[in-house]
Design a protein around this ligand. Structure first.
Ligand code: BGC
Ligand code: ZN
Length: 366
């Protein structure tokens, strides 16, 4: 079967022929595993870093990594002990797999998104082949069933889980305020993670604005406008302007990976605010920020800044539920997040050419 592989040592990315996944049917493992055909795989910034050889690690014994971690698949065969899915069902697989250390309580509890050791693997990213291929096998427990109605957009579940995990933490933090607080949120960045996060925050009752660079923004501004989320351009508005326009900011969902924008915004968040970082910036060295001003504001305003990566099983459930809500409320807007679909042979075009588009998807099987 074909697969999109990255060879870091050779600095090469190509569509290769890879053996179909296989588990002998008389093993214990075969009972709990599920074989799927991959339908859609989304492309994100992490994939672009991997194809630039800046991130990503092949599995042991391989000189290449099959990439792809945002996926939608259809179940083909199930092991004898599998009960939550059957052939024909649609599923989205999670990305991270637990580390092998029994002392890592996070991984032992199935919360490898909080792994302590760093020895977790991630499908399509770190020491585990991904989904940009025709068939995959996975354990039942990493599968999340998706309703048929979401066939066209369910590949957006994984990027939406980033916001869902952030929201889980936001609710936990908000629990420290024993009243319904003012709920104004600013999303930094109008890429897919930002747009999906803005939608989730809106559905959860926040008054949301998106603050972003406006290059290639026409489509995004229109999409957000259609669902009542104002777009504020960073070329023409400072972080201070945003705070004035939006009103006291209770929550910031950062989805740009741009430290300068983020640290400027931190200075202008409101009392008791929470600021969530999700972007992973390249390491560009020190920059100058007024640390005293930030520290002073944070203390005097009870603010909290946190980083969040990967997602819990519950975040996948919430993402699937929210995607259904988006599809009902804003059918045009959610479909418009996927701006281009490519066949597997053209995966490299999908990875390289973003153009003005929002989310490129590789449609592997119809
Ligand atoms: C993925 C996460 C992953 C992270 C770091 C993101 O693109 O969505 O699942 O944990 O990259 O590798
Ligand atoms: Zn761990």
């Amino acid at each position: 079967m074909r697969a999109v592989a990255v060879f870091p040592a050779r600095r090469e990315v190509s569509v290769i022929d890879h053996p179909e996944p296989f588990i002998s049917s008389d093993t214990e493992a075969s009972k709990t595993h599920v074989k799927m055909r991959v339908l859609d795989v989304g492309v994100c910034g992490t994939d672009r870093e991997i194809i630039s050889f800046e991130y990503g690690t092949p599995p042991e014994g391989f000189d290449y990594l099959i990439i792809g971690h945002e996926s939608l698949s259809e179940v083909l065969e199930v092991g004898s002990e599998v009960s939550s899915v059957k052939p024909g069902d649609l599923v989205v697989m999670s990305v991270r797999r637990p580390c092998p250390h029994p002392e890592c309580v996070a991984c032992v509890e199935g919360r490898q998104d909080f792994c302590y050791t760093g020895d977790f693997t991630e499908r399509g990213i770190k020491q585990h082949h991904g989904y940009m291929t025709e068939f995959v096998i996975e354990e039942e427990r990493y599968l999340n069933p998706v309703p048929r109605e979401l066939r066209n957009i369910a590949v957006l579940v994984e990027p939406l889980t980033i916001a869902e995990k952030s929201l889980e933490q936001l609710w936990t933090v908000q629990g420290r305020l024993p009243w319904q607080s003012r709920r104004r949120a600013v999303v930094l960045g109008a890429g897919p993670v930002g747009i999906l996060g803005a939608m989730a925050l809106k559905v959860e009752g926040f008054q949301v604005s998106v603050y972003s660079r406006s290059s290639h923004a026409e489509e995004r501004t229109r999409l957000l406008g259609a669902i009542g989320i104002p777009f504020i351009a960073s070329e023409t508005h400072s972080a201070e302007d945003v705070a004035k326009l939006a009103g006291p900011i209770d929550a910031v969902y950062e989805a740009t990976g741009a430290p300068s924008v983020a640290f400027e915004m931190i200075k202008h968040i409101g009392p008791n605010a929470i600021f969530v970082f999700t972007g992973v910036p390249p390491l560009t060295g020190p920059a100058s920020v007024d640390t005293a001003e930030i520290m002073r504001n944070m203390v005097l305003n009870n603010q909290l800044v946190l980083g969040s990566v990967n997602a819990s099983p519950r975040a996948f459930q919430s993402a699937i539920r929210h995607l259904g809500v988006f599809a009902e409320r804003w059918p045009g807007a959610i479909e418009a997040v996927i701006t281009a679909r490519f066949p597997l042979e053209r995966a490299l075009d999908a990875l390289r050419n973003q153009g003005g588009g929002i989310k490129n998807v590789i449609s592997i099987n119809a």
